[in-house]
Design a protein around this ligand. Structure first.
Ligand SMILES: Cc1cc2nc3c(=O)[nH]c(=O)nc-3n(C[C@H](O)[C@H](O)[C@H](O)COP(=O)(O)OP(=O)(O)OC[C@H]3O[C@@H](n4cnc5c(N)ncnc54)[C@H](O)[C@@H]3O)c2cc1C
Ligand SMILES: NC(=O)c1ccc[n+]([C@@H]2O[C@H](COP(=O)([O-])OP(=O)(O)OC[C@H]3O[C@@H](n4cnc5c(N)ncnc54)[C@H](OP(=O)(O)O)[C@@H]3O)[C@@H](O)[C@H]2O)c1
Length: 246
């Protein structure tokens, strides 16, 4: 239990019947934008814990997480029952390498996310250090339905402040109210993403951060490799950095 602290749920925001955000007060070690920690609950006398990315900037006093209630999910279905003032276990040691310190400087940073995996990108944007290292930043949020496009106020405020930032809504299972239709793989390969962003081509001075559904991460990585980009490694700089959510 030494790496766990009991936190308190301070605020809950339900965006849709299955998507919600938790704000938690907990005294944990500092983290870097893009990292995650574990949240846990005692369920049938056993602690059940899972990884969740921080959505808030590291400097914010409250921790924020963006979750989906997975049908019959061992933990998320219980986290969805929490109320304000309830206790929650929070691991005190944030971890993960999906952080800008692990990503080379580039002309254009592509942030490609599905579902709740927009979270680490919101933290990186809120942190604000990226504007030093990238001339242009594109955040793509791939979701099934228009209503899954959460955090609109925060994203619109970032667009207003930073003209070098472009946000792309990508909806796969209905006609998009704004943005593009389909999957990340489709709009990458058919040129729609480039033309929507007014960018001529994907170039060697671009970097791609991929986060979310493992099938999206796998298929998009394969596509980028075919296009001549390389996986980024500490020992050998490349163009692709990934994080899978399951
Ligand atoms: C590094 C990392 C960071 C993560 N950050 C987040 C986060 O910020 N928000 C979040 O909601 N989840 C996040 N996850 C997933 C999270 O850890 C749990 O897997 C998720 O909450 C389901 O747990 P469960 O016990 O309810 O479901 P389980 O009973 O463990 O069922 C797992 C199944 O749920 C589905 N699933 C899991 N996560 C998701 C998801 N995010 N979106 C859609 N389907 C999913 C998959 O089908 C998976 O096979 C992260 C995972 C990793 C590895
Ligand atoms: N989102 C909802 O409305 C909703 C509601 C209730 C429950 N759930 C549950 O939540 C889970 C799914 O959550 P989710 O909607 O956030 O995530 P998801 O299934 O990962 O879908 C998010 C986006 O990723 C796309 N995608 C999936 N595989 C891909 C691939 N190989 N390459 C490129 N893109 C890919 C999806 O496109 P496609 O649409 O083409 O697959 C969708 O646009 C499921 O357990 C589901 O039962 C979701």
């Amino acid at each position: 239990m030494s790496n766990w602290v009991e936190g308190k749920v301070v605020e809950i925001n339900w965006w849709t019947p299955s998507l919600f955000s938790l704000k938690v007060a907990a005294d944990i070690e500092p983290f870097f934008a893009g990292q995650f920690t574990k949240l846990g609950l005692e369920i049938n006398n056993r602690k059940v814990a899972r990884a969740y990315s921080f959505v808030n900037a590291p400097a914010d006093p409250l921790l924020e997480f963006f979750l989906i209630e997975v049908d019959k999910g061992a933990l998320s279905s219980h986290l969805a029952q929490l109320g304000e003032g309830d206790n929650i276990w929070v691991n005190t040691k944030p971890s993960g390498f999906f952080v800008l310190d692990e990503v080379p400087k580039a002309n254009t940073l592509w942030m490609l996310s599905t579902g709740t995996a927009i979270g680490p990108f919101l933290s990186i944007l809120a942190d604000g250090k990226l504007w030093r290292d990238y001339d242009r930043v594109v955040l793509v949020h791939g979701v099934r339905h228009n209503t899954d496009l959460c955090y609109q106020d925060q994203i619109k405020a970032t667009e207003k402040l930073f003209p070098q930032f472009k946000y792309v809504q990508l909806v796969s299972r209905e006609t998009p109210e704004n943005g593009l239709h389909g999957r990340i793989t489709h709009v990458l390969s058919n040129g729609e993403l480039l033309s929507y962003c007014n960018i001529g081509e994907f170039a060697q001075d671009h970097h791609f951060m991929l986060c979310g559904n493992p099938a999206m991460v796998k298929d998009t990585t394969a596509l980028l490799l075919e296009m001549g980009f390389k996986k980024h490694r500490r020992a050998e700089a490349g163009h692709i950095t990934v994080e899978q959510y399951w």
